[in-house]
Design a protein around this ligand. Structure first.
Ligand code: NDP
Ligand code: 2IT
Length: 451
């Protein structure tokens, strides 16, 4: 039962204030709404959080750094981009979260990502705060030399604000092994320091085994945990995976390993529909095509004689399980209804906030197994956390050890969702992840007093 006091929060009033303070930041409003909707009833049952204004403080970043990034392209033209780092909350550990390089990057997108990261990182059980950064730089149509010069210019400013115990960036969309190499090289040059200031590093210079695979593998391990609660398994299930970048590739790979059938992947140009399903040979082709040559999936359709849905997302293809692994708001309410009508019984998000609020509502109402990204894609940042541990200890764990720890962490995240997500005999994973992620951060904030 809720005891309302004059300290109690009201969702509509809270959102009006948030929108007034952060005008026009649509993605940030959306991410906060999804969390606040689940947290406010919980906070009103625990007035110590309301009294200390924990939600108001959690939705205001500790600081945001915005800077000019100036570099020269191959034709010697001067180019100007905008760089950002949102240091959202460090109550339980150094700021931790990826860097996104994409022409769509705005402050709103990085604030939504940094906000989500607070809860995700708390769920991992590791000591990491929440942050995110990036730039509106598009690495897709640039030469290696241009990407290197951009990364060096970006890190020249960012290096003043990060540190292995302060803020530890990593990859995200448009930031993979190549970019992390250039960023780390410049940090090392500027600071004359070899430490764990970035994660996702190459194995030759302090990276962890399984970091590349971790987000995708973790997303499927989380799906396996959800299926377990129904006595079910992935084997033989038809799956669609959106995206074909880092997260999508290793989600598809783990699904193959578990005997599931992956019939679609996608990119910005469209989706493939391969009714026979990916094989290991086709999977290797996707990795070489997307990470090696940075080409379009259209080439896959030509190479294997399957259909290519030009400019389309894959949600119309019938499946048992869906894994949105491309980007935010790539699955809307109509897509969710189509998936449900086709019999989809599980959605495990590899991307951050891929489902719109309408889609989330449709999945909740249908009571399918639906995992929000902050729970199901936490495997990546978890292995980033373990990369930091290995760097501090000056050791490298073998592949089996890291994979075993990843599976244990995904199991623990699932257990927290089950503990906090109970809803009339059904596990609401959105509620579970939001409340489960909140409690540790909020208790640390209470311990610090008014800061
Ligand atoms: P990549 O850059 O490796 O891949 C992104 C993929 O998504 C590409 O296939 C890209 O298509 C596609 N894509 C991107 N934007 C759009 C768009 N607007 N419309 C259609 N397709 C799009 O990024 P990641 O795999 O690292 O990241 C994917 C998602 O996972 C993001 O939401 C990210 O925040 C999240 N994530 C990533 C983690 C990580 O460890 N990397 C950890 C946790 C979450 P194209 O190939 O045509 O560019
Ligand atoms: O969204 C995410 O969790 C990431 N992009 C990974 C962050 C990290 O620090 O590894």
């Amino acid at each position: 039962m809720q005891i309302l006091t004059d300290q109690s929060l009201d969702l509509d009033q809270f959102m009006i204030g948030l929108k007034r303070r952060n005008p026009g930041e649509r993605e940030f409003h959306q991410a906060v709404y999804e969390v606040a909707e689940k947290l406010i009833p919980f906070i009103n049952q625990h007035p110590k959080y309301a009294r200390a204004k924990v939600l108001e403080r959690l939705t205001e970043p500790d600081r945001i750094i915005i800077f000019r990034v100036c570099w020269e392209d191959d034709q010697k033209n001067v180019r100007v981009n905008r760089g950002y780092r949102v240091q959202f909350n460090n109550a339980i550990g150094p700021y931790k979260g990826g860097l996104r390089f994409d022409k769509s990057v705005t402050l709103s997108i990085l604030k939504f990502l940094g906000f989500e990261q607070i809860f995700k990182n708390s769920l991992t059980t590791l000591p990491m705060g929440g942050g995110k950064g990036g730039s509106d730089f598009n690495p897709k149509d640039k030469s290696d030399a241009e990407v290197m010069r951009f990364c060096q210019a970006f890190m020249t400013e960012l290096s003043r604000h990060i540190g292995k115990d302060k803020d530890v960036p990593a990859g995200d969309i448009g930031v993979g092994a190549r970019e992390i190499g250039y960023l780390y090289g410049q940090y090392k040059r500027l600071e004359n320091e070899f430490g764990g200031v970035l994660t996702g590093k190459g194995l030759a210079y302090g990276g962890s085994l399984i970091r590349t695979e971790a987000t995708g593998f973790g997303c499927v391990y989380f799906a396996r945990e959800m299926l377990d609660t129904k006595g079910d398994a992935a084997e033989g299930k038809t799956c669609i995976v959106s995206g074909s970048g880092n997260v999508a590739q290793y989600t598809a790979q783990k699904l193959l390993d578990l005997g599931a059938k992956v019939v679609s992947m996608s990119d910005r140009t469209g989706s493939i529909h391969d009714p026979d399903g990916l094989t290991q040979e086709k999977m290797n082709y996707v990795i070489e095509l997307k990470t090696g040559r940075r080409g379009s999936l259209r080439e896959y359709a030509d190479a294997f004689g399957v259909s290519f849905l030009e400019g389309a997302r894959p949600w119309g293809i019938p499946c048992d399980m869906a894994f949105p692994c491309a980007t935010q708001n790539e699955l809307n309410g109509d897509d969710a209804k189509t998936l449900l009508a086709n019999g989809c019984m599980l959605v495990s998000e590899g991307a951050n906030m891929p489902s719109t609020l309408d889609a989330v509502k449709a999945f909740e109402d249908a009571k399918i197994l639906y995992a929000p990204g902050k729970a199901s894609n936490a495997g990546g940042v978890s292995i980033s956390g373990l990369e930091m541990t290995q760097n501090s200890m000056r050791i490298n764990w073998p592949r089996e050890e890291v994979d075993r720890r990843l599976q244990a962490i995904m199991h623990d995240i699932h257990a927290q969702c089950v503990e906090y997500g109970q809803d009339d005999g059904f596990v609401n994973y959105v509620k579970g992840a939001n409340i489960g992620g909140f409690v540790k951060v909020a208790d640390a904030m209470l311990a610090y007093g008014v800061v």
